[in-house]
Design a protein around this ligand. Structure first.
Ligand code: NAP
Length: 307
């Protein structure tokens, strides 16, 4: 029987582990498929306070893990395959082993949706990014491309015009899911060039381990061409990692956990932390803050229950 199980080992899960470990609760962290979360995919992180010279994403998240281990947190490989939250203690199936826990922190994050090209996967962190706030700064005076037709794509394209010499916005249709105000703002921005009815067929150049250009195709004419690009930003949505909890914890239509105030969820004793509930900020620092909040709520909850 555990006091607290934390699902996910990104910034949110690791920070929750530091706090619950220091509170003497012997947390167990189930690392998940993408151990270390989204930071483990990024290169340099320049906006996490406390690192004036920046820090590599994997290094930062590993430091958080070691900090939690120092206070007794235990990290377990694997993922939660099944969960029974119908009564306490909660039951979790981690890779075939059933665990029981008094409280649960869901910090399983949200995964960026990718186009699905092999070259895209190979170049993540080397010119391909899903986060303009994180990586835009690296493309000062460079050619940037953003893919997507929703609010995220418009917001990222606008933001990236602060850095890039030009921003190409590539969308597979000529109609947009983005709200009118966001779309209008992007259209009015002289640095953004729209390329509609266009899909990305290939990102160059995996052999150089950096982005040098893309192969595009117009879906109406069928014509393909190469275009020079230095930074390639994918903004086609995120998928919250809540599949195993669906139907048990209240979520919105897209699967993001609905907050019931603070870090509370619709299930008493289950708390949320990080991107699994947050579709707006999605930053390492906000996820860490949310991990801290969830840990403090767990502490308070267990104390009130007499544990
Ligand atoms: P979204 O609204 O779901 O839009 C995703 C876009 O990506 C769509 O244009 C979609 O094209 C395109 N897309 C999906 N899969 C693709 C693929 N495989 N290849 C190429 N394009 C693909 O996602 P979002 O923009 O991330 O927004 C998510 C939610 O957050 C929305 O509710 C949005 O309003 C909100 N949000 C709000 C703000 C704000 O208000 N400041 C900022 C960001 C996000 P199709 O249209 O062809 O399907």
């Amino acid at each position: 029987m555990r006091n607290v199980v934390i699902v996910g080992s990104g910034c949110a899960g690791n920070t929750a582990a530091i706090y619950t470990a220091r509170a003497g609760l012997d947390p167990l962290v189930v690392k998940g498929i993408d151990a270390g979360g989204q930071l483990s995919w990024t290169t340099e992180v320049e906006n996490f306070p406390g690192f004036p010279d920046g820090i590599m994403g994997p290094e930062l998240v590993d430091a958080m893990k070691r900090q939690a281990e120092r206070f007794g947190a235990y990290f377990m490989d694997g993922s939660v395959l099944e969960a029974d939250l119908s009564q306490r203690p909660f039951k979790l199936n981690v890779e075939g082993h059933w665990l029981e826990t008094r409280t649960l922190i869901v910090a399983s994050g949200a995964s960026a949706r990718w186009i699905g090209l092999a070259s895209e996967q190979a170049l993540i962190g080397h010119g391909v990014s899903s986060c303009a706030t994180c990586d835009g700064f690296f493309y000062k005076g460079k050619k940037i491309m953003v893919v997507g037709g929703g609010d995220s794509a418009m917001e990222e394209a606008n933001f990236l015009t602060r850095f890039g010499s030009e921003v190409a916005l590539v969308h597979r249709k000529d109609s947009f899911r983005a709200s009118k105000i966001m779309l209008d703002r992007a259209i009015a921005n002289p640095k953004i060039k729209f390329q509609t009815n266009t899909v990305v067929e290939e990102i160059h150049d995996v052999s150089k381990n950096s982005v040098t250009g893309v192969r595009l195709r117009n879906v109406q004419t069928g014509l393909s061409w190469d275009q020079d690009v230095d930074g390639f930003f994918v903004a086609i949505g995120h998928i919250p990692n809540t599949k195993v909890f669906r139907g048990q914890i209240e979520t919105d239509a897209d699967g993001y956990i609905l907050s019931k105030g603070g870090a509370r969820t619709s299930v008493t004793g289950v708390f949320h932390a990080g991107d699994v509930q947050d579709r707006i900020y999605r930053q390492a620092i906000t996820a860490s803050g949310a991990g801290c909040m969830a840990a403090m709520e767990v502490e308070k909850f267990l104390e009130a229950e007499g544990h």
